[in-house]
Ligand binder design. Structure first.
Ligand SMILES: NC(=O)c1ccc[n+]([C@@H]2O[C@H](COP(=O)([O-])OP(=O)(O)OC[C@H]3O[C@@H](n4cnc5c(N)ncnc54)[C@H](OP(=O)(O)O)[C@@H]3O)[C@@H](O)[C@H]2O)c1
Length: 219
């Protein structure tokens, strides 16, 4: 199954792309510019020359032709980007990983996007897609460093069981990432907003935290 990433040229999308490719997934890095997507693909291949990374670069439309599609644009471009390839997303699972965050003075603060969450906005923009929200808290730098494992619980929210399963399977394909069913898409508002809290903790402690829940049955 190929995975397409809309806005896959940024830190988050390219990190996800290379991590998924490192575990044998076929990934299309999508962009508004095919040249930019090719550049980012070439940079990733050059950084890990010994790996067989099944990465392709292309337009967002090519990424949207994949069986599963991730939206990795800035929050305020997520719904419009999904809508721009809307017919290609019909009936597919679309994973929104965008967080609505603003820098206010020294603080990173959560914004309330239209419809309450970025994921809900994406779902409204492509009503025939099955939207899940996931991967909001996984730091791009660790995710993109495929020489080292990444450790994180990943909250997954979705309204349809098929979206929950596909997004959870995507997360579980990466060793060290554990999908956690966090409820319906309405929970995405809290999940997205919590990213600002983690980023604030990171600034205060000069580190990059990741989420690990205690009390969950494991294995
Ligand atoms: N950075 C992290 O650690 C991290 C972790 C988890 C989740 N996230 C979330 O993932 C998302 C992407 O993060 P990022 O840091 O990679 O963002 P970014 O670099 O600002 O944007 C990602 C890509 O989106 C495309 N894009 C930018 N503006 C756009 C617009 N107006 N319309 C359509 N496409 C646009 C660009 O690709 P092209 O120019 O090639 O089209 C860009 O390379 C964010 O919502 C962020 O909250 C980030």
């Amino acid at each position: 199954m190929a995975i397409g990433i809309l806005g896959g040229t940024g830190p988050a999308g390219s990190a996800l792309a290379v991590r998924l490719a490192s575990v044998g997934q076929d990934v299309v890095i999508g962009s508004r510019s095919t040249e930019r997507a090719e550049e980012v693909r070439a940079e990733l291949i050059a950084r890990w020359p010994g790996r067989q990374l099944a990465l392709r670069g292309g337009g967002n439309d090519e990424a949207a032709d994949c069986e599963l599609v991730v939206v990795a644009t800035p929050w305020d471009a997520a719904a419009s980007t999904a809508a721009s390839v809307g017919p290609r997303l019909e009936g597919k699972v679309v994973v929104s990983m965008a967080n609505a965050i603003a820098k206010v003075g020294d603080e990173l603060q959560p914004l309330v996007p239209p419809r309450g969450s970025v994921a809900a906005g994406v779902q409204a923009a492509v009503p025939a897609a099955l939207v899940a929200a996931a991967l909001h808290h996984v730091p791009a730098r660790e995710l993109g460093d495929i020489d080292h494992p990444v450790e994180c619980d990943v909250l997954v929210c979705a309204d349809q069981p098929a979206a929950l399963k596909a997004a959870s399977d995507l997360v579980a394909a990466v060793p060290g990432l554990t999908p956690v069913d966090a409820g319906s898409l309405s929970s995405a508002a809290a999940v997205e907003a919590f990213t600002a809290v983690l980023l604030q903790v990171n600034r205060r402690y000069r580190t990059r935290t990741a989420l690990r829940l205690v009390g969950l049955p494991r294995g």
